[in-house]
Design a protein around this ligand. Structure first.
Ligand code: URA
Ligand code: SF4
Length: 178
């Protein structure tokens, strides 16, 4: 088992915060260990909680559309969230939960070592932005796909953001298709 698999196995059994009591499955994240781009969202939703896989619900489908439109495949990037367990009623994760879960995210960044980190929404960025681990990486901000899916204006903005993202990826050779 590689280190990432071991870390994910540990997350699946984690009980460091109260979200562990309510989850069905923890959602560590998914993608290639060699991924050059890591996407960090908020928290698993209901579908993710059922399946243990990130971005498989409606917001995930919208993210897939953005990927497809821009020639990005899920397999070549890494997808995760700021907490790994479903917060009841899809509420925003609490500060204590974010802090309890943060070492896992940091460890994922260490192991995957992405050149670019994309924040989907502002939950992860708020508590990670000043971390040493982000130094030297390209940081990119956009909206969460759950917002893009619901609000046409944000959808438009996300489409523009993804165009920019792909330009940066192309310049830095971060995607296979380029
Ligand atoms: N974070 C999200 O925002 N969505 C997921 O599906 C998993 C993590
Ligand atoms: Fe552990 Fe994170 Fe799940 Fe809390 S949210 S139980 S810290 S894996």
């Amino acid at each position: 088992m590689n280190c990432l698999k071991m870390l994910h196995a540990k997350i699946m059994k984690c009980q460091k915060c109260p979200l562990s009591q309510l989850r069905t499955k923890a959602v560590p994240g998914e993608g290639s260990i060699g991924a050059k781009i890591m996407f960090i969202g908020q928290a698993p939703g209901r579908e993710e909680d059922k399946t243990g896989r990130p971005f498989v619900g409606r917001a995930g489908k919208f993210l897939d559309e953005l990927f497809q439109a821009n020639g990005i495949s899920r397999e070549e990037v890494f997808l995760t969230g700021s907490v790994k367990c479903f917060p009841p009623d899809n509420r925003v994760p609490k500060r204590e939960e974010l802090l309890a879960c943060k070492p896992y995210l940091i460890e994922q960044i260490v192991l995957v070592n992405p050149r670019m980190v994309v924040f989907l929404g502002n939950v992860a960025q708020k508590f990670l932005l000043n971390e040493e681990i982000l130094k030297g990486r390209i940081i990119f901000f956009t909206y969460h796909p759950a917002a893009g899916m619901r609000f046409p204006k944000i959808k438009e903005k996300m489409a523009e953001d993804f165009n920019r993202l792909v330009d940066i990826a192309q310049e830095n050779r971060l995607l296979k298709s380029f």
